[in-house]
Design a protein around this ligand. Sequence first.
Ligand SMILES: [Zn+2]
Ligand SMILES: [Zn+2]
Length: 134
Amino acid sequence: MEMANCLRCKKVFPKIIDPICDECKKKDEELFAAVRRYLEENPSSTVQRLSEETGASAKKILAWLREGRLEIAQATGDLRCGHCGESIATGRFCEACFIELSRQIDGITGRKPAEKENAPSKKGVVMHTKNRKS
Ligand SMILES: [Zn+2]
Ligand SMILES: [Zn+2]
């Protein structure tokens, strides 16, 4: 098994997936639970306030917000849309950009080359029979 130094506490541990050891991971989860609890009671807290009250670093809280694990009731300016820079409460993008971006992704996946080739030929057949009838 591959051994590695924990990124957090430098302890040597058997590295499986995470770059931090189980102990640090557990500490992270405890911090996360504390932040979430505080946020439930104070939904419009800023990241800075959350950090001060729970001891979790602002960087960590921002990462949780980006992952969508935490949600601040109001956009406080701590987190910004990765597309337009709008202040947002959770995730990576504001709602408008999220809709726009998912529409673009749908457009890309929906436009398969095979379908594109079939569509005009089908249309051609329909047109052809129509022309014959009239
Ligand atoms: Zn560790
Ligand atoms: Zn945006």
